[in-house]
Design a protein around this ligand. Structure first.
Ligand code: SF4
Length: 728
């Protein structure tokens, strides 16, 4: 039985009504004989996306009945977004993984056998030890996305492997982090250090914040706009936030760099930069000026199709509002393969405006630390993590790990533990991912739901949801330092287990129990709290503890910034890049444009889904059940497309989708692109709601470039044509 959101909301409003959900039958039966117990409230933080907004879960008769934002949480500020409010849709999803399983068939065509936890973990431990013996411990790697991954990382380090990768680096924010790191010696944080609520001028480059619903950041952005901040949005699509902008620049895709370089030239030539700030904190202005001398507004206009007068006007307006302005580094920054350089251009422009460390710009994050569990043995010496041939990869690179399976370079990679990462959909070119998986000696999936990746596993370890488990302490460096805790609001359903338990049990089978000496998770958490001087009881009760509350987030005479670059200054010209053979100042690269008859495939987010992570959630499925293909009305008329018609897509390499997508005809998009939400077109048949709804961008992203600086894969260089039913 599937349950609509309307039904759910109706029945979740009162405890009595909850008895109509099958999963509550036990509660219902119990409540007939016993009066309902008083509700209990437990703090937690949301895991429907990585933002991790604080919440309070209300439990009645052993079942969670509501969740609400925790006002103490910096990340949520007392609110949950639409997805976060649907947390119960994950908890009570009838498609959840329910018990450990071994695959007695083939990877990709599994025959599942239900086994005990003892058997499943014994299988994993034996295989890990075999790999260790044949190739070395570093040949087992971890892909991880989510809070429980920290225990897996600890286990892998104890085992002797330092490669733990997250697609959020090479397939999302890595270019931005590296661009800022090369400029300031610091990345932009996550959540980012944007001081939007106090900004007087905000620039979003290809970012659709709002639809990309990062809770507190969207709240801050709206506060800034309500207080009168000017807004510029560069986006080929009139996104929701672009519709609120003072300037929407419908930039020709893949030419944003030209506008950024033109802005830099105008600001430098007209001496509109913050002179005192640049002279005190930056190096390389002369070289920067020389490098951008040909990047006029007229030059940028021809490339980007944005009028030169508009480009010039915005550069001057920016300068009028310095230093209280924020040119956002964005989040999904893997576009064309030169993305670290584009991010560096954004970082340089912020520096010229003096916005790093200034009110309304980028705040200086508070210091703070929760030390590790005391007295643990040293980790064994390990080989360096797999980062590929990319000299400025700050973290292990997912696609380099995939390559290492085939090339055995820098060393063989034989075992994958995949924690909460749907690699089939997150890495470009799923065929390459599948080919790599087929060559492995061990493939483990740890997940809550049977995502597309699960059928490629040898063994499946079902994790319980965030509402049923403790996790490690989550910390955040904001304008104060925050420690947050997740406390189980009910017992795990089925035979699912938390990662802290799974890894501790696995450590025993691997002979690594010395690294897991705590008796249980509370013992572990109390020891970490003690080491940090935090009251465990307070954290357990409130979910959040604030530290460093007297932190000054802005530069002043007494509060000077530190730049961890080789020159200890902001590097407008990067000798580090030059020494490694890269451009020391960003340059414009012309990228391929769509061939005749094709559109550039542009994709993004709906505020009601976090990619494929939530498309099976019955509360969200009821609101946004599938993605649509946005197409400009002129192009739709030319092709004779009708609103609501279902079409297939084929890309430049002849890959044709096997699912269909509904046409949405709009004026809100340039004519050279089509746009869709990411995360749909799920192929896992076990996901009863998401299966085959809409089209997955992953099917169409067969071509990608790799950023030579940091290893990020470009995801916006694929072109599609539309196939109507009659043409099939
Ligand atoms: Fe959850 Fe929304 Fe916060 Fe993400 S932004 S953690 S989905 S409430």
């Amino acid at each position: 039985m599937s349950l609509s959101r309307r039904d759910f909301l109706k029945i979740s409003s009162t405890v009595a009504a909850i008895s109509s959900i099958p999963v509550f039958k036990t509660v219902s039966a119990m409540s007939k004989s016993t009066p309902p117990s008083p509700p209990s409230f437990n703090p937690n933080f949301c895991e429907l996306c990585f933002w991790n907004c604080g919440l309070m879960a209300k439990t009645v008769n052993g079942k969670v009945v509501t969740i609400d934002g925790n006002p103490l949480s910096y990340r949520g500020k007392g609110k949950l977004c639409g997805r976060g409010n649907a947390g119960l849709g994950l908890l009570y999803d009838s498609d959840r993984l329910k018990y450990p399983m071994l695959n007695t068939g083939k990877r990709g065509d599994p025959k599942w056998k239900q086994v005990s936890w003892d058997e499943a973990l014994g299988f994993v431990a034996n295989k890990m030890n075999d790999i260790k013996q044949k190739y070395g411990p570093e040949s087992v790697v971890l892909f991880s996305h989510g809070t429980g991954g920290s225990f897996w990382k600890h286990l892998l380090k104890a085992f002797g492997s330092d490669t733990y990768a997250a697609p959020s680096f090479a397939q999302c924010r890595g270019p931005r982090d590296v661009g800022f790191y090369l400029t300031y010696g610091s990345d932009t944080g996550s959540p980012e250090y944007y001081d939007f609520s106090k900004s007087r001028f905000i620039v979003l480059v290809g970012s659709h914040l709002g639809e990309n619903a990062h809770n507190s950041q969207v709240q801050d952005l709206m506060t800034g706009l309500n207080n009168g901040a000017k807004l510029v949005v560069l986006d080929p699509r009139l996104s929701n936030i672009a519709s609120k902008a003072d300037w929407w620049l419908p930039v020709k895709p893949a030419t944003d760099m030209a506008i950024l370089l033109a802005w830099i030239k105008i600001v430098v030539d007209e001496e509109l930069y913050d002179k005192e700030y640049i002279s005190k904190y930056a190096v390389g202005l002369k070289d920067l000026k020389e490098a951008v001398k040909d990047c006029s507004a007229e030059w940028a206009s021809k490339l980007s199709e944005i009028p030169a007068a508009t480009i010039t006007d915005i550069a001057r307006q920016m300068s009028k509002h310095k230093p209280n302005l924020c040119i956002s580094g964005g989040r999904f920054t893997v576009w064309n393969g030169d993305d670290a350089q584009r991010s560096r251009a954004i970082a340089i422009l912020n520096a010229l405006m003096g916005s790093w460390g200034r009110e309304g710009g980028y705040y200086l994050p508070a210091k703070g630390k929760v030390p590790p569990y005391p007295g643990l043995p040293e980790y064994p010496e390990t080989k360096p993590p797999i980062t590929g041939e990319y000299p400025f990869a700050l973290l292990p690179v997912t696609n380099a790990i995939r390559e290492a399976v085939t090339t055995n370079k820098p060393y063989p990679c034989r075992g994958w533990i995949v924690y909460g990462s749907n690699l089939i959909k997150t890495l470009p070119n799923s065929k390459e991912t599948i080919d790599a998986i087929k060559k492995l000696d061990l493939m483990v999936a740890v997940d809550v739901l049977p995502m597309d990746i699960v059928k490629w596993a040898d063994v499946v370890l079902p994790e319980c949801t965030y509402l049923e488990r403790y996790d490690d302490i989550a910390t955040g460096r904001f304008q104060y330092f925050e420690a947050a805790l997740r406390v189980p609001a009910m017992k795990p359903m089925f035979e699912s287990k938390p990662s802290w338990w799974i890894t501790k049990e696995l450590s025993k089978k691997l002979g690594l129990e010395a690294y897991f000496p705590w008796t249980d998770i509370e013992d572990y958490l109390k020891a970490r709290c003690n080491a940090a001087g935090i009251s465990f009881d307070e954290l357990r009760k409130n979910g959040v503890v604030k530290l460093s509350t007297d932190w000054n987030p802005y530069i002043s005479q007494q509060n000077q910034p530190v730049f961890n670059t080789p020159s200890e200054k902001i590097e407008l010209y990067s000798k580090q890049l030059k020494e490694k053979g890269f451009d020391p100042v960003p340059k414009y690269t012309a990228h391929e444009q769509p061939p005749q008859g094709y559109f550039r495939l542009v994709f993004g987010r709906t505020p009601l889904h976090t990619f494929s992570r939530t498309t099976n959630n019955f509360m969200l499925d009821d609101l946004v059940p599938e993605n649509e293909l946005w197409i400009n009305s002129k192009q739709a008329a030319r092709l004779g497309l009708k609103k609501g018609e279902y079409v297939r897509l084929a890309n430049q390499d002849g890959v044709k989708t096997d699912t269909k997508i509904k046409v949405k005809i709009t004026e809100r998009l340039r004519e050279d692109c089509v746009y869709m939400y990411h995360g749909f077109g799920v192929h896992a048949s076990e996901l009863s709601r998401a299966n085959k709804r809409g089209i997955g961008t992953d099917e169409l992203i067969t071509r990608y470039k790799v950023d030579p600086i940091m290893g990020g894969t470009s995801l916006r260089g694929n072109f599609v044509k539309i196939i109507r039913e009659a043409q099939l």
